[in-house]
Ligand binder design. Sequence first.
Ligand code: SF4
Length: 695
Amino acid sequence: MASKKVYSVCGMCTVRCPIQVDVKDGVCTFIQGNPHAAGINGSVCARGSAGIALIKDDERPQFPVIREGERGEGRWHRVSWDEALNQVASKLKEVTAKYGSRSILFSDRGGPFRDLYQGFVRGLGSPNYSNHDASCARNVHHAAQSLFGVGREELVNDLKNARHVVLQTRNIFESINVKEVNDLLDALDKGCRLTVIDIRANVSSTKANNFFLIRPKTDYAFNLAVIHTLLYEDLYDHAFADRWIQDFKALQQFVRPYTPEWAERETGIDKDRLVSFVRELTEAKPSVVWHPGWMASRYRDSFYFCRSIYIINALFGSIGAKGGLPLTSTPSDVGRKGLQKFAELFPKSQEKRADGVGWRYPHFDSGAGLLQLAFKAIETEDPYPVKAYIAYRHDPLTGFPDSEVLKRIFQKLDLIVSVTFSWSDTAWFSDVVLPLSPYLERESIMATKNGLKPYFFVRQRAAEPRFETLADWEIICGLAKRLGMEALAFNSAEDMWNFQLRGTGVSIKDFDASGMVPLSKDPKYRKVEELKFKTPSGKIEMISNKLETQGLPSLKPYEPAPKPGEGQFRLTFGRCAVHTQGHTVNNMLLSKEMPENELWLNKKVGEGMGIADGERVEISGGKHSVTIKAKLTDLIHPDAVFMVHGFGHTLTTESRAIGKGVLDNALMTGGLDLWDPAGGGMAMQEHFVTVRKVK
Ligand code: SF4
C-alpha cells in the first residue's frame, strides 16, 4: 500500500491553518495540524478534522452545469468543462463589448489566495474586485486605518505573551482560529488574565476571570468609560501617549462626560466593577491585548466602537509591545523579497469603482470594497451598469440581509457565475455553476503569512478529485486563456509557483520539508522608537482628517442604544465551534454534531411568556416569520435573542441541512441599506424581532 504525508492548508474556514494529511492509496485518511507550524502544534479544530467528509460528500456539485428555465428554479443541464468555460468567457466578452469591462463584478471571501483573483479581475480590466468583508471585519480594518494609517492585519495580537486579554465581540473559543486558541491557552497556563464582555455567556466566558454581561449595543459606552477612567485616574502609559498619540487633549476633553456612573446607566454594568477591572488591566500593561475583534458588522456605530478598542490599546502602550499588538512584519521587513504578484501582471483599471469606494467615499480603503454598495450599483446603474457577477466561493444570498431584494437586483444581471465546492443559495440562483475541487483535492497558489515571523506557504493537492471538479487556478487560468489574458494563462501549478517565487531565493523544493518556508529565524518585535505609523502626522491620530473632511466626527458622541419595544428583542447571532457559517451545516460529520440552531432566550423572560425550554416558538422580523426551538437560559441579556448563524437551508440538494433551524438574515428586513457610514460595515444587529409561543 502506498502511503504518504502531504503538507497542505485547511479550507474549512477562512483562517487557513497549515495541515498535514495522511494519504493511503490515493485516499485521504487523516488530517492533523502541521506539526512544524508554530502555535498549531499538530492540532486542527472539529471542522478541520471533518475535511475528509467534504471529499466523501456526494451532495456537492460534481460537474459544471448551465441553467435551464428561470433563475433559482434549479433546472440545469450538465456540460463539459470546455463548454462551461467557453460559455462564461463568451458571455463576459459580450457584456464587455456592450457595457465596458467595468461592468464585471467579482467577489470572494478574501484570504491569502486572493492575489490570483485580483490578477484575474485586473486582467479583465475591471476595478470591481470585492469580498465579503463588509459583512465581517471592514469596520475593524477602517478603524485601524483611521488611527494608524495601516489596516488591521498590520498589527499582530500577541496572545501568547499577553498578561491580560480582553475579548469583546471576539469569541475565540467558538469562532476558532487554531493558533489564536493555542496561544491564548498557553498564555492562560502562564497566568494571563482573561476578560470577556458579551451579551451572552459563551465558551470563552467560561474560561474568563472577569465576565461582563453587557446590554446589547452599549459596548461603545463601556469603552468610553474605560478611556475616561484611564485618563482621569491617570492609569495610562504617559511615555507612550506623549510620544505617539496625536491630539491627546481632544480625546481627554471628549471622554470627560463618559464616567463609569454614566456608563452603568447605559450598559447595566456596575461602575465599581468597571473601575476595578481597568485598574487590574493597568497592572498588565503594556502586555495587554484588548482584541480588536473580527466580525464587527453589528451596529451603526461599530466603527467607533472598534476605534475605541484600538485607542484603549494605545493608552496601555500595547501598540508595538511584546504581549500587546506588535507590528506585523512582511518579507521586506525581515530583509527578504516577497512573492511576485499576479495582480501586477496587468495595469490597475483607471475606472471608478461601482461601489463608490475611493471617490464617492474617499475615507474607505479599496481592496475589498463594500459589496452592499456594488449590489446597489447593479440596481441603480449609478455610476454605470454592472451586468456580470462572478461569486467565487461566496454566498451573498445568505451572507447579506434581504435575500429577496438581492434576488430582484440580481435579475438585472446578464450573467451570474458561481464557483463553489458546495451548493448555496447564490449558486442555485446562478446561470453557470463551476464546481471547485474541495481543498484536499486541489493545490492553490503560494501565499505569505505576515506576522512576527513571516513565512511562505503552499497548499498541495493531497488526492485527485473524485468528481469532475477543478482547482481554483485551473478555472481562473482556463478563463484567462479564453479571454486572451496570456500572462495569466498558466498551464501547471509548478509554472505558477515558479512565477511567484522568482527573485525570492526560494524554490519549490524548499517546501518539501514542512510545507512552509520561514523568512526569518526569530520573531521580530520592533522597538517603540522604530514604529512607523502611516498617518499624515506619523503618529496615532485621534483626529482623522479623512473622516473630518467627509463630515464624519473622529470622536463620535455616544448615542443611547434604543431599548426593544414591548415583546421585542434585539436579534443577535454568532458562531459555534463546529460550524463555519452555512458552509458546513450539510457536512455529514458536523451536521451530526449540531444539526440545527436554537433561539437563546432569557429564562425569566421566556417563562414569563409561558415558553418552556426546548419548545418551538415563532420568531418574526419584518415580513418574515419562522419557527425555531427555544433554549431558555440565564446566560443571555433579557433584551436580546441569539442564534448561531448559517442554518435554515432550503435547497433539496442538501439532505442533511434542509429544513433544519433558521437563517437569521431572513429576519433582517431592510438590512441591505443599514450600514455604518464611517466604517462601511453592515449593521446586522440593528434588527428587532418578536417571539411568541406556538400554540
Ligand atoms: S480554524 Fe479549524 S476550520 Fe479553520 S482553518 Fe483552522 S483547522 Fe481549519
